[in-house]
Design a protein. Structure first.
Length: 232
C-alpha cells in the first residue's frame, strides 16, 4: 500500500471496527477535518452531542465512467430548465442539505457540522454546485476537495431532478479539472441508481494516496465539457 500522510489526530483508518467506526470525540476544526479526509476518515455524528469518525469497508465511490444519466434526465439537462453554478451559494446548499425533504432535526448535518463546513468553504477546501430555476435555488451538492479527491458529502432538491442535475454537472466538472477519486462514503440505493459502487477500504486508501498528490484545483467557473460519448 502506498503511504499516506500521518494521521495526527486519529488511529489508522484500517483500525476501524466492522461497521466503520474509528473514533469518538475530538473537534470539528479545519485541522481535524482536513487530516481526516487526507487519511480516509470522515465525521458523522451519532447525535447532536456525540461526534464520531468513520472509515467504512467497503467504501462507496462514484467512478467517472460509471455515472448513469437516464434518458429522462438527459432531456432535462438539454432543456435549459436549470442554470448551474459553482460556489455561488454554499450556505444555501448546505442549509438545503440539512432541511429539504423533511430533513430538519432528522439529519447528521447538525449546527456544529454546518458551521465546520462553512469554515472549510471560507478556506477554499469545501465547494458547492448550485442548480437554479427561475432565479431561485432548486437543488445542489457540496463536498470537500483536496488534491485529486472530491468527497461528496450531501445533496438536496427543491425541484424534481435538481439534485441529479447537480451531481451530473459536478462529475463532469471534476473530470475536466483532473480529479481522479469521488468519495461518496457509502453506497445507497439513490447513489447506486446514479452509478455508485463500492471498493475495498485498502483499495480506496491506495487511490487516495495517489489522488492527494495531484496538483489540481476546483476552479472558479463550471467546466462541463462533452465528449461524443457523453452527449446528453
Amino acid at each position: 500500500m502506498k503511504s499516506l500522510p500521518p494521521a495526527e489526530f486519529f488511529p489508522p483508518a484500517e483500525a476501524a471496527g466492522s461497521e466503520g467506526l474509528l473514533a469518538i470525540g475530538g473537534q470539528l476544526s479545519p485541522e481535524w477535518l482536513i487530516y481526516a479526509y487526507r487519511n480516509g476518515i470522515f465525521p458523522w455524528p451519532i447525535d447532536d452531542d456525540l461526534l464520531a469518525w468513520w472509515s467504512p469497508d467497503p467504501r462507496g465511490v462514484l467512478e467517472f465512467d460509471d455515472l448513469y444519466v437516464s434518458r429522462r434526465l438527459a432531456r432535462t439537462l438539454r432543456s435549459g430548465k436549470f442554470h448551474v453554478t459553482i460556489d455561488r451559494d454554499f450556505p444555501g446548499v448546505i442549509q438545503g442539505c440539512a432541511t429539504a425533504q423533511q430533513r430538519w432535526q432528522a439529519t447528521w448535518l447538525t449546527r456544529s457540522m454546518i458551521l465546520a463546513y462553512l469554515r472549510l468553504y471560507e478556506l477554499g477546501v469545501a465547494h458547492s454546485v448550485e442548480v437554479w430555476c427561475d432565479g431561485e435555488l432548486a437543488g445542489g451538492v457540496y463536498g470537500v476537495a483536496i488534491g485529486g479527491l472530491f468527497a461528496a458529502e450531501s445533496m438536496f432538491y427543491y425541484r424534481t431532478d435538481a439534485s441529479k442535475v447537480a451531481l451530473v454537472c459536478l462529475v463532469r466538472h471534476l473530470a475536466r479539472r483532473g480529479y481522479t477519486l469521488i468519495d461518496i462514503q457509502q453506497r445507497t440505493p439513490h447513489t447506486a441508481r446514479m452509478g455508485g459502487s463500492e471498493i475495498a477500504r485498502s483499495v480506496y486508501l491506495e487511490r487516495l494516496a495517489v489522488a492527494l498528490r495531484l496538483p489540481v484545483s476546483f476552479g472558479k467557473r463550471l467546466e462541463i465539457g462533452a465528449r461524443p460519448s457523453d452527449r446528453w
